[in-house]
Ligand binder design. Structure first.
Ligand code: URA
Length: 240
């Protein structure tokens, strides 16, 4: 693998910022193959050396995977001239890693959004051929019915010509405002909203609660993120 600056390697773990990496290195607390390194500008191949930071072995990952609990009001984009993007929720060191959102949630949709810099796996997960399930919690205006569930299961045809794949609608509570889980195997523009609107039940609130085998971590407050574990990344890889 190509050589990289020591501070970049250390910051890529998300445990230390570049600034902290510089300070720890200055204090002689960073070793490479057992020898203290004094300058973070030195370059190494992170896959062929053993780096230790403050006595702790550094576990280098070529790619970064993050689970974000997206709040409303942020665009699922890497940059936007006008509005806030999900990148604004990440610290500076992570923004330098060329991360991008794995698919899009609407500006007003909340919940599970993955971010990564591993293009191959991200695109495979989004590929329409793979049919990775996305589960949404929704509140709609109007009473959802068993007929709505059957129409979802049969595959809705929308007025604008979109023929939807069979989808699952599970009722959680029914009333003037109803709650349900919607499971989609594709990700067309505003799809959950369009499908529910086609049944005369406009969406009032939408939150993604699961992607494939990965549920939204309930310990993550809105707007915060965490790194995926090795097992979680392997779980995603197994889907494609
Ligand atoms: N479906 C929608 O309508 N919006 C989203 O953000 C995700 C799925």
């Amino acid at each position: 693998m190509e050589k990289q600056r020591l501070d970049k390697i250390i910051a890529s773990t998300g445990k230390w910022s570049r600034k902290e990496a510089k300070e720890l290195t200055r204090r002689g607390l960073v070793t490479v193959d057992g020898f203290a390194v004094r300058s973070v500008e030195e370059k190494f191949d992170p896959e062929s050396v053993k780096i230790s930071v403050n006595g702790e072995a550094l576990f280098y990952r070529r790619y970064t995977w993050i689970m974000l609990n997206k709040p409303a009001g942020y665009l699922s984009a890497t940059e936007d001239g006008r509005g806030k993007t999900v990148m604004d929720l990440l610290p500076q060191d992570l923004r330098r890693q060329e991360l991008f959102p794995v698919g899009r949630l609407d500006k007003d949709t909340e919940g599970l959004l993955l971010l990564t810099n591993e293009g191959g796996l991200a695109h495979a997960l989004l590929s329409p051929r793979r049919h990775v399930d996305k589960v949404y919690y929704t509140r709609t205006a109007g009473r959802l019915t068993e007929e709505d569930c059957q129409a979802f299961a049969a595959g809705l045809s929308l007025e604008d010509g979109l023929q939807c794949l069979p989808a699952k609608l599970e009722l959680l509570s029914v009333g003037e405002v109803s709650e349900a889980h919607v499971t989609l195997r594709e990700g067309k523009f505003h799809q959950a909203k369009r499908m529910l609107a086609a049944r005369g039940k406009p969406v009032l609130y939408l939150e993604r609660v699961q992607m494939g085998n990965l549920p939204l971590d309930l310990g993550l407050s809105r707007g915060s993120f965490r790194f995926l574990t090795e097992e979680e990344i392997e779980g995603l890889r197994a889907l494609v």
